[in-house]
Write a protein that binds this ligand. Structure first.
Ligand code: NAP
Length: 283
C-alpha cells in the first residue's frame, strides 16, 4: 500500500508560490487576499486561521473583513464592490453558506471574476467547463487533481470515477479531469450499482460524505483512492468516506483522512491568489 499524504504535495506547491510571490514583491506588488467572514461560524473561523497561517509562511498578505451576522445583502454587496475596486486586493475569499437572510447568489454574481479565488462566480465555473485555464478554480476539486498529479500519477487515458455531483466538488472536478484527458464517470446517490463502477476504475475520487462507508468490496488491488470526504464515525473518529483501516493494505494507493486532500486545499486556494495577482499585474 502506498499512502498518499497531502503535505508532500502542499510543500512543493508552497515552494513554487514563494518564488512567484518574491518576484511580485520585487516589482513592488504585494499579493493580498481579502477574507470576508459574516458571523462567527466555528468552521469558518478555523479555515480563516489556516489561511492566515499558511499565507504568513509564503509571504502573502491578508486583509480580514469581519462582518456581523445581521449584515444585510445591500451592506455585503457594498463591501464586495469596494473590494472589487481596491487595487491592493488581488483575491477575495468569502465563507459560505452565508446567513439565510442574505441573497448568496446575488453576492456570488457580484464578485469580480478576476479576484474570485474560490470560483463563486459562475463565470469561473463556466471557464472550467470550457477548458479555459485562465479562470480561477475552486480549491477542493483542484486539490483532488493535484493529489493525483503531485504524487506522479498520470490522468491521461485513465478511467476515473467521481462519487459526488455537487457544484462545489463533483461537477467542476469531473470537468478538470476531462481537461486532463481522463475518462470520467460521475456517480451519485441514485447510481444503480456503485461498486460495479468503482471496482473497475483506475482512480476513485469520493466525496459522498458518509464516514467509512466504502469498504474493501468497492475496490480492486489496482485502485488509487482519493478520499475527499470528511466526517465522524459513530465511535467519534474523524474519517473519510473510505474504511481506511480495512482498505489501506488492499488497494494500490490511498489518501488518509486527516492528512490527505484536506491538508492541501488551503495551499491550493493561495495558489489561486498568486495566479490572480499575476494576471492582474503582469501585462
Ligand atoms: P453534498 O452536496 O451532500 O454531496 C454529496 C454527494 O454524494 C451527492 O452528489 C450525493 O448524491 C452523493 N452521495 C451521497 N450518498 C451517496 C451514496 N450512498 N452513494 C453514492 N453517492 C452518494 O456534499 P458536499 O458539500 O459536496 O461534500 C461532500 C463531502 O466532501 C463531505 O464529506 C464534505 O465534508 C467533504 N468536503 C471536503 C472538503 C475538503 O477540503 N476535504 C471540502 C468540501 C467538502 P446526490 O447528488 O444524488 O444527492
Amino acid at each position: 500500500m502506498k499512502e498518499l499524504r497531502g503535505k508532500v504535495v502542499a510543500d512543493k506547491i508552497k515552494e513554487d508560490l514563494k518564488v512567484r510571490i518574491q518576484s511580485l514583491v520585487d516589482k513592488g506588488i504585494n499579493p493580498t487576499i481579502a477574507i470576508v467572514r459574516v458571523g462567527e461560524n466555528d468552521s469558518d473561523i478555523s479555515y480563516e486561521r489556516a489561511v492566515v497561517k499558511v499565507s504568513g509562511t509564503i509571504g502573502l498578505k491578508v486583509k480580514n473583513v469581519l462582518l456581523k451576522e445581521e449584515t444585510t445583502t445591500e451592506e455585503l454587496a457594498k463591501v464586495m464592490t469596494d473590494l472589487n475596486s481596491d487595487a491592493c486586493v488581488h483575491g477575495i475569499l468569502m465563507f459560505r453558506p452565508l446567513p439565510r437572510h442574505i441573497d448568496q447568489d446575488a453576492i456570488c454574481n457580484l464578485i469580480d471574476p478576476a479576484k474570485d479565488v474560490d470560483a463563486m462566480n459562475p463565470v469561473n465555473l463556466e471557464k472550467i467547463f470550457e477548458g479555459d485555464r485562465t479562470g480561477l478554480e475552486p480549491a477542493t476539486p483542484r486539490a483532488a487533481v493535484e493529489m493525483i498529479l503531485g504524487h506522479g500519477y498520470e490522468l491521461k487515458g485513465k478511467d476515473v470515477v467521481v462519487i459526488n455531483r455537487s457544484m462545489v466538488v463533483g461537477k467542476p472536478l469531473a470537468m478538470m479531469l476531462l481537461n486532463e484527458n481522463a475518462t470520467v464517470t460521475i456517480c451519485h446517490s441514485k447510481t444503480a450499482d456503485l461498486k460495479a463502477h468503482t471496482k473497475r476504475a483506475d482512480y476513485v475520487i469520493t466525496a459522498l460524505g458518509r464516514p467509512a462507508m466504502l469498504d474493501k468490496s468497492y475496490f480492486s488491488e489496482n485502485s488509487v483512492v482519493i478520499d475527499v470526504g470528511v466526517g465522524t464515525t459513530s465511535d467519534g473518529k474523524l474519517s473519510g468516506d473510505v474504511n481506511y483501516d480495512e482498505v489501506k493494505d488492499y488497494v494500490a494507493a490511498i489518501t488518509p483522512v486527516p492528512g490527505g486532500v484536506g491538508s492541501i486545499t488551503t495551499t491550493i486556494l493561495l495558489s489561486q491568489v498568486v495566479k490572480a495577482c499575476e494576471q492582474q499585474t503582469i501585462k
